[in-house]
Write a protein of this length. Structure first.
Length: 224
C-alpha cells in the first residue's frame, strides 16, 4: 500500500465515525485534507455537517468545497474532530505541528467530544520524540530569547519556509526542538508551555480518543 493510499484509507474510515448531523473539527495536513474531501462529499449528499477549521489552509479547502463553517471565536460544541499527527506513541500521545498549526489544532481538540487521529503506520513509534522534534510556536517578540530557553531542552531549529521564517496563521514563529525520546510527555509539555514567549507546543498528551492506523492489513482502530 502506498503512503497516499494508506492516508486515504484512514481518512475514509474516519468518515464512518461522524454523526448524521453535527459540528466537525477539520484538521490540517495531507491526511486531514483527504478527510475534508470526504466531508464535502457527505455535505453534497445532504448531510447537515458544519465545520470548524484548524488552519487557514483547511478553511480555504472547506470553503472551496462548500462545507459550511462556524466562526473563529467559539465557543463551539464540536462532536468529532479528525486530524493527522506526526508521531503516535503506544499510549496514543502525539507530536503534531508538522504543518505548523498545532496551536489552533489544540484549541479545537479541547472543544471536541471525540478526537480521532488518522495516520499511516509510519507515524507509530515506541517512544514519543524518537522520530520527530517537538514544534513550539513562539511570539515574535523576543523569539531569540525564547529559543535560548528552549535550547535547554534539546537542539533548536527555527522553522523555515524556503529562506524565510515560517510564520503561523496567528503571525507567530516556530522552533522545532529535537529532544530525543521523551520520558514524560506530560512533564515536558508542562515545562515547555511555562516558558515565557511560548504560545503552544506540538505535544498532545491524553487528547486522542481514537487513532486510526492504515497499513497493508487495513485500518486498525486504537483506543485509549
Ligand atoms: C499540522 C499537523 C498535521 O496533522 C501533521 O503534520 C500530519 O500531517 P500529514 O497528515 O500531512 O502527515 O499536525 O500541524
Amino acid at each position: 500500500m502506498t503512503p497516499e493510499a494508506a492516508k486515504s484509507a484512514a481518512a475514509r474510515a474516519a468518515l464512518e465515525l461522524l454523526p448524521p448531523s453535527g459540528v466537525i473539527g477539520l484538521g490540517t495536513g495531507s491526511t486531514a485534507k483527504l478527510f475534508i474531501d470526504g466531508v464535502a462529499e457527505l455535505v453534497r449528499g445532504g448531510r447537515q455537517l458544519v465545520g470548524v477549521p484548524t488552519s487557514e489552509q483547511s478553511r480555504r479547502q472547506a470553503e472551496a468545497l462548500g462545507i459550511p463553517l462556524l466562526g473563529d471565536e467559539g465557543p463551539w460544541s464540536i462532536d468529532v474532530t479528525v486530524d493527522g499527527a506526526d508521531e503516535v506513541s503506544p499510549a496514543l500521545d502525539l507530536i503534531k505541528g508538522g504543518g505548523g498549526c498545532h496551536a489552533r489544532e489544540k484549541i479545537v481538540s479541547a472543544a471536541s467530544k471525540l478526537n480521532v487521529i488518522v495516520v499511516d503506520e509510519s507515524k507509530l513509534s515506541e517512544t514519543l520524540g524518537q522520530r520527530w522534534a517537538v514544534p513550539v510556536e513562539v511570539l515574535t517578540f523576543g523569539h531569540a530569547a525564547t529559543a535560548r530557553l528552549l535550547s535547554g531542552f534539546g537542539v533548536v531549529t527555527p522553522r523555515k519556509r524556503g529562506d524565510a521564517a515560517w510564520v503561523t496563521d496567528a503571525g507567530n514563529l516556530i522552533y522545532d526542538v529535537a529532544v530525543g525520546p521523551i520520558a514524560s510527555p506530560t512533564a515536558l509539555e508542562r515545562e515547555l508551555s511555562a516558558l515565557p514567549g511560548v504560545v503552544d507546543t506540538g505535544l498532545f498528551v491524553g487528547r486522542a480518543d481514537r487513532v486510526l492506523v492504515a497499513g497493508a492489513d487495513g485500518v486498525r482502530h486504537l483506543t485509549r
